[in-house]
Design a protein around this ligand. Sequence first.
Ligand code: DLL
Length: 433
Amino acid sequence: MEAGFWNKEIETLSENELRALQLRRLQEVVRRVYEKVPHYRKKFDEAGVKPDDIKTLEDVRKLPFTTKEDLFVDYPYGLLAVPKEEVVRVHTSSGTTGKPKAIFFTKNDLELGAELIARCLVMTGTTKGDVLQNSMTYGLFTGAFVMHYGAEKVGVLIVPAGPGNTERQIELMKTFGTTCIHMTPSYALYVGSVIRDKGMIPERDLKLKRAYLGAEPYSEETRKKVEELLGVDVYNCYGLSEMGGPGVGFECKYKDGLHIWEDAYLVEIVNPETGEPVEEGEIGELVLTSLTREAMPLIRYRTRDLTYVIPERCSCGRTHRRINRILGRSDDMFIVKGVNIFPQQIEAVLMGIKGVAQNYQIVLQSYDEFIVRVEIDREFFDGRIERILKLKEEITEKIREAVLVRPKVELLEPGTLPVSEGKAKRVIDKRTL
Ligand code: DLL
């Protein structure tokens, strides 16, 4: 293995080789689901398209989209493309409302997930000798297991901590000399604040070097904040259960967009309203086709995640194209006074303001009013009212500039809002309660 690459041959395939490989795999997977999955056969027949119609990569557009709703047809086994005996694992989405999405894996699917994570870790400098504290939830969620097997493949020492119990997390970091952590950005902010509150200086008291943060959207400002709090390099890790979990997209050392492993996934960006492709570089909804998954390959899956493709080649030498960090989910958007607002816009503003602590919440009060409840540094609660009013005005004004609607801002002491150990619930919608 050459330094910096886990699988140099695949990671640096020429453009032509990569597209040819994608086409072969696309044709194969389309044929496979047509033959093995009655639901896909029905959908393709209804759309009047046969596997033989896929002659170029662009022909993928002839195929119908797969949406979340398709995952519930003949639930839970309806989309299996292999006999059930070949399936060795199920993971599910959190499914806070209704049935969770059930995603199946064969042995080869687990192996593929590990291979992709191995590439991700090595490209960011993690290798044998590193100690990875895996603080995502082990269980039905894909987050921890997929990372775990990838790290094991590389030969990293894994501390399977799971989330929560922050005191113990810090103890584990000290005891085992943790060099890398894997958690959600919202939890990383919290862990960082606890470490600082203890008077610890991570650069001096811990061995942390890298944080792999994903499973929820976050801004560049949050990255910077975590990097400062924990003294680490933060790498963005993207994925979704439907595509096998984390490691679908990952930042390299340049931290300028996330490489999508294009030998395993076909990327499209479409206009979320019309489903038509957008121009390269334009924002739209990410649509993914799993090219190599066996148990449950999905064709043109609508992720609901908004991003754009970065057309330029990356300086790291990998040919696999990058997407920008996820800008939001089309279903996270809310409307106040007729203006479309994404929670990430507010997060980016808050995390860039000095004096703002780690936690915040957006409360949708009515269609005309939203409240931003934000924790601020403890030092502001020293009775000097002008300082706190000035901060409040700054926050209000900067959010208004960013989203064009003036929020009501409430400033809170640290520790007031619920701590998130996994995916944070940032938006409370009182309009629908
Ligand atoms: O969150 C998989 C994962 C685990 C990714 C650990 C990274 C790290 P789901 O629970 O199915 O799977 O949620 C997938 O989470 O469609 C995005 O909306 C969001 N998401 C995941 N990673 C990122 C990220 C996992 N890096 C959904 N940035 C996705 C922004 C992300 N959003």
